[in-house]
Design a protein around this ligand. Structure first.
Ligand SMILES: CC(C)(COP(=O)(O)OP(=O)(O)OC[C@H]1O[C@@H](n2cnc3c(N)ncnc32)[C@H](O)[C@@H]1OP(=O)(O)O)[C@@H](O)C(=O)NCCC(=O)NCCS
Length: 185
């Protein structure tokens, strides 16, 4: 029976795989593109934010996650020093994209200092696990005194937007083809 637990070092590869598999057809098909996407959107949290990241564990494998950076400034500094630098050696273009990524969160960092990413492999979607992962994270952030949490979702991903609305998030703004959604804790 799958269950939720905090992320650990051993989950890094699984988390990167889930990220790659849920990031669209190009990333699924092409390992190299998948690697760039995973480095851009998941590696930092799996490496540096384990105390605020949770996985859905099925038989020892992480098959889904909620990844969260509770503090914008720490995230932006560490992510740029590590993942953005690593990406530079693989793809200059992706490295530049990644460098600018934190700016999407910047205007909201005071009121919503935390931001998150959530993804589940196909066969684990629509079974309530996303709701459980969200609950685990929100409880943790509240216990830490974090004032609010935000995320950026693709403007065309209306399914996920519905999920976030059900979880109590509201639309705040539009950025780079995405929608900023926020929740006060
Ligand atoms: C989005 C995601 C994390 C939601 O997790 P989940 O376990 O599938 O969602 P749940 O089963 O907990 O559903 C909770 C509620 O959200 C709704 N919901 C979830 N996914 C939905 C979708 N794709 N379309 C419409 N509604 C959706 C459910 O209908 C449910 O509402 P209800 O309580 O009225 O029935 C998961 O489906 C996923 O990983 N999707 C693919 C990757 C993705 O889009 N990630 C988000 C990127 S920003």
């Amino acid at each position: 029976m799958p269950y939720i637990r905090p992320a650990e070092d051993k989950d890094l590869k699984d988390i990167e795989y889930v990220c790659r598999m849920t990031a669209g057809p190009e990333s699924r098909r092409n390992e190299e593109i998948g690697r760039k996407i995973a480095l851009t959107y998941s590696t930092y949290y799996a490496r540096a934010e384990q105390s605020t990241s949770f996985v859905l564990d099925d038989n020892g494998k992480a098959v889904g996650y909620i990844l969260c950076a509770p503090d914008y400034s720490e995230y932006a500094k560490d992510y740029r020093r590590n993942e953005v630098k690593k990406l530079w050696k693989i793809s200059k273009q992706q490295s530049i994209t990644a460098y600018f990524l934190p700016f999407g969160y910047l205007p909201y960092k005071k009121q919503y200092s935390a931001h998150l990413h959530i993804d589940l492999l196909d066969e684990y979607q629509g079974k309530g696990y996303g709701t459980e992962l969200m609950k685990a994270l929100l409880e943790k952030l509240k216990s830490m005194g974090v004032p609010g949490v935000m995320l950026i979702v693709d403007k065309n991903n209306t399914g996920a937007q519905r999920f976030y609305t059900r979880a109590g998030f509201t639309r705040k703004a539009s950025v780079f083809g995405g929608v900023v959604m926020v929740k006060t804790l």
